[in-house]
Design a protein. Structure first.
Length: 71
Protein backbone atom coordinates (compact mmCIF):
# COMPACT_ATOMS: atom_id res chain seq x y z
CA UNK A 1 0.00 0.00 0.00
CA UNK A 2 1.02 3.63 -0.22
CA UNK A 3 2.88 5.27 2.61
CA UNK A 4 2.93 9.04 2.89
CA UNK A 5 5.08 11.17 5.13
CA UNK A 6 3.67 14.05 7.13
CA UNK A 7 5.60 16.43 4.89
CA UNK A 8 3.89 15.06 1.77
CA UNK A 9 0.44 15.27 3.37
CA UNK A 10 1.14 18.83 4.50
CA UNK A 11 2.25 19.79 0.99
CA UNK A 12 -0.88 18.22 -0.49
CA UNK A 13 -3.05 20.11 2.02
CA UNK A 14 -1.36 23.41 1.15
CA UNK A 15 -1.79 22.84 -2.59
CA UNK A 16 -5.48 21.96 -2.21
CA UNK A 17 -6.07 24.94 0.09
CA UNK A 18 -4.44 27.31 -2.40
CA UNK A 19 -6.56 25.91 -5.23
CA UNK A 20 -9.76 26.30 -3.22
CA UNK A 21 -8.81 29.85 -2.18
CA UNK A 22 -8.09 30.78 -5.80
CA UNK A 23 -11.44 29.33 -6.96
CA UNK A 24 -13.37 31.18 -4.23
CA UNK A 25 -11.62 34.45 -5.11
CA UNK A 26 -12.36 34.06 -8.83
CA UNK A 27 -16.00 33.24 -8.12
CA UNK A 28 -16.36 36.30 -5.89
CA UNK A 29 -14.79 38.57 -8.52
CA UNK A 30 -17.11 37.25 -11.20
CA UNK A 31 -20.10 37.92 -8.97
CA UNK A 32 -18.90 41.46 -8.26
CA UNK A 33 -18.47 42.14 -11.98
CA UNK A 34 -22.06 41.10 -12.63
CA UNK A 35 -23.25 43.26 -9.73
CA UNK A 36 -21.43 46.38 -10.96
CA UNK A 37 -22.55 45.79 -14.53
CA UNK A 38 -26.20 45.67 -13.43
CA UNK A 39 -25.71 48.84 -11.35
CA UNK A 40 -24.16 50.66 -14.33
CA UNK A 41 -27.05 49.56 -16.54
CA UNK A 42 -29.60 50.84 -14.04
CA UNK A 43 -27.71 54.15 -13.72
CA UNK A 44 -27.68 54.53 -17.50
CA UNK A 45 -31.43 53.84 -17.68
CA UNK A 46 -32.12 56.36 -14.92
CA UNK A 47 -30.13 59.11 -16.65
CA UNK A 48 -31.82 58.31 -19.98
CA UNK A 49 -35.28 58.55 -18.39
CA UNK A 50 -34.34 61.95 -16.96
CA UNK A 51 -33.41 63.26 -20.42
CA UNK A 52 -29.66 62.73 -20.43
CA UNK A 53 -27.55 61.08 -23.11
CA UNK A 54 -25.08 58.61 -21.61
CA UNK A 55 -21.84 57.81 -23.43
CA UNK A 56 -19.63 54.94 -22.28
CA UNK A 57 -15.99 55.24 -23.28
CA UNK A 58 -13.85 52.13 -23.01
CA UNK A 59 -10.12 52.30 -22.49
CA UNK A 60 -7.51 49.73 -21.58
CA UNK A 61 -7.81 50.18 -17.80
CA UNK A 62 -11.46 50.98 -17.09
CA UNK A 63 -14.63 52.28 -18.63
CA UNK A 64 -15.64 55.86 -18.07
CA UNK A 65 -19.06 57.41 -18.36
CA UNK A 66 -19.94 60.91 -19.48
CA UNK A 67 -23.38 62.37 -19.87
CA UNK A 68 -24.81 65.22 -21.88
CA UNK A 69 -28.18 66.92 -21.64
CA UNK A 70 -30.50 66.21 -24.56
CA UNK A 71 -32.41 69.45 -23.97
Amino acid sequence: MFKFTIRELLLLTVIVAMGVAWWVDRSRLAGMAILWQSRATKLTETYFEDGWKVIWEEDSDSGTMTWQSRH
